[in-house]
Design a protein around this ligand. Structure first.
Ligand code: SF4
Ligand code: SF4
Length: 399
């Protein structure tokens, strides 16, 4: 037995089949089928590793339905590393029958190709202004319209370029330019106001999370090396999307074969966590006398195992009424490329979060992950704003 197979079997054997994870699994809640639960999927993955049954379309579907939300890992008393098992299973599966694979493959190619991203961004910008959106409305493709609404023509992010004693890097992620420009501009603005020199290396690329969760481990390692090289010389790198952070924190183990990048790896810190340690009391904020739902992405809660720091910084805004969406609500359904590969199931999973937001009677929703923001926004009425917590903070800042 190969050592990889042996290790995976050891990891799968850690599951004692207690079933405590089942009520926390969004797909088990929907299907009430053991094969759609963490325990069932671990048994399927073990059967796959040991070639106990042939690879079938049904088997792949059960694994593809998993959101990789890791709610199961968070509650597992045996410490089963479910995410690692699933990533390895996806790597070993042939890509032939994977549901909606075409879209995912194109998305993965796009994520690591900056020139293609710039071209697409400019095309989307032209599309917005061409009247084609009205055509999409006719075909009821309003969620596509909502996702592309905020796209502007490609432009590199600008900083003040002033040399300061306090210096940090900013990781923008592959979707940052296209879908999250305002958030990144707001982060630069606030960090500079706090006296930091913000460095945004042009050579940085996709974090590799989408590739890793779709079984493309070699590409994920290659992207990790490129990013570490891009941020060489910086001690601290702040990231904006928690989905990227869950991948960035693995760089130290992913790049074992690249010892040249090991010694000077920076510390990667999520922007709200970084800001929660800064003195924000030096700023004055306008009152925001409204209800705001605070969404904590699974990548933050389950993968990074981090308490959401955003309520602490949002409390700086006078009169704001913060309503945290409870952990039991589960994943919002975005889950990286899942909203593209499993759109119907992603929308069904999202409903629980939309119901909570409706109960909060919120006028705005904050979330620290761009994928969650786009997916939630597509399911919410237009009158409810979705934004990154830093954007709400900057919007209310008195200048
Ligand atoms: S994954 Fe963990 S919680 Fe779920 S059945 Fe196995 S041991 Fe129990
Ligand atoms: S990662 Fe999420 S969707 Fe997948 S088995 Fe675990 S709880 Fe269920």
């Amino acid at each position: 037995m190969s050592s990889i197979k042996h290790n995976l079997n050891l990891k799968a054997d850690q599951c004692v089949k207690c079933g405590l994870c089942l009520p926390h699994c969004p797909t088990y809640r929907i299907y009430e089928n053991e094969n759609e639960s963490p325990r069932g999927r671990i048994a399927l993955i073990q059967g796959l590793i040991n070639e106990q049954f042939p690879v079938s379309h049904r088997l792949k579907e059960h694994l593809d339905h998993c959101l990789s939300c890791l709610a199961c890992e968070r509650v597992c008393p045996s410490g089963v590393k479910y995410g690692e098992l699933l990533d390895h299973a996806k790597q070993s599966l042939s890509k032939k029958h994977t549901t909606n694979r075409y879209l995912v493959t194109q998305g993965l190619r796009l994520a690591k190709n900056k020139s293609a991203q710039k071209r697409l961004q400019n095309l989307l910008f032209i599309y917005q202004r061409s009247g084609l959106q009205a055509l999409l409305r006719l075909f009821k493709l309003s969620s596509v319209e909502k996702i592309t609404r905020g796209v502007s023509a490609y432009k590199a992010f600008s900083t003040s370029n002033q040399t300061k004693s306090k210096k940090l890097g900013l990781f923008t992620g592959c979707t940052g330019h296209m879908f999250d420009q305002q958030t990144i501009k707001d982060c630069i603005f606030l960090l500079e106001k706090l006296g930091y020199e913000v460095v945004i290396p042009e050579q940085q690329t996709c974090c590799g999370a989408l590739h890793q969760h779709n079984g493309e481990m070699d590409t994920a390692r290659e992207l990790a090396s490129k990013n570490l090289a891009a941020f060489t010389g910086l001690n601290t790198v702040v990231y904006v999307a928690s989905g990227c952070g869950a991948q960035l924190r693995q760089y130290h183990t992913q790049t074992e074969t690249h010892p040249s990048t090991q010694s000077d790896n920076p510390a990667f810190i999520e922007i709200c966590q970084f800001l929660s340690k800064e003195d924000l009391s030096q700023f004055k904020f306008r009152a925001f006398p409204q209800s705001v739902s605070v969404h904590t992405p699974c990548s933050m809660r389950n993968a990074l195992r981090q308490k959401d720091p955003s309520p602490d910084i949002l409390k700086m805004i006078p009169d704001i009424r913060l309503n945290e969406i409870p952990a039991e609500t589960g994943c919002c359904g975005a889950a990286g490329s899942y909203m593209l590969s499993q759109p119907a199931l992603a929308a069904t999973v999202r409903q629980a979060t939309l119901d909570v937001i409706e109960n909060h009677a919120s006028q705005a929703v904050t979330t620290s992950n761009i994928g969650c923001r786009l997916h939630l926004s597509a399911g919410l009425p237009n009158k409810i704003d979705t934004m990154h917590p830093v954007s709400l903070l900057v919007k209310q800042l008195i200048r």
